[in-house]
Ligand binder design. Structure first.
Ligand SMILES: [Zn+2]
Ligand SMILES: [Zn+2]
Length: 146
């Protein structure tokens, strides 16, 4: 219940109409603990009985991203971006180049470094982005890391 209210509220704050597709996609993104691709969202939507085509999924994800409701993670080596619900948290990820999955890292390794940098350079740091790329245990088993 709380989750639905939060989502409705955030759509309203952004000046977006609460359409069936936007709500269904945001609901899914809210519940998903790891970032998802447009294809994954498309499969999930149609699996749960929300009929929607892939281009509408793309368009809706982009609209929600433009309004700051979703975060988009671009990939290093291909065009399949992943989206996640913007919980306004500071997060870093291990990104698997084999299967596209993203695992959140518990802590921020750069907090202390930022403070040292500020002192050394007299630069006021506003933030940073960091993702670490590699291969997960399952992909290593499949020999995908070469
Ligand atoms: Zn993998
Ligand atoms: Zn950080």
């Amino acid at each position: 219940m709380e989750m639905n209210d939060d989502i409705k509220e955030r759509l309203k704050e952004c000046g977006l109409k609460n359409t069936k597709h936007r709500k269904a996609i945001l609901d899914f993104m809210f519940c998903s603990r790891v970032p998802a691709s447009a294809e994954q969202v498309y499969i999930q939507m149609n699996g749960q009985g929300t009929s929607i085509d892939l281009s509408t999924v793309y368009r809706t994800l982009e609209t929600l991203r433009e309004k700051g409701l979703l975060i988009k993670h671009d990939r290093l080596n291909d065009t399949r971006a992943l989206y996640e619900y913007n919980r306004m948290e500071h997060k870093h990820y291990l990104v698997c180049l084999g299967c596209n999955k993203m695992l959140p890292i518990k802590d921020c390794p750069l907090a202390e470094y930022e403070r040292a940098l500020e002192k050394a350079t007299n630069f006021v740091i506003a933030g940073h982005k960091l993702d670490i790329f590699g291969y997960c245990a399952e992909c290593q088993e499949k020999g995908l890391q070469e």
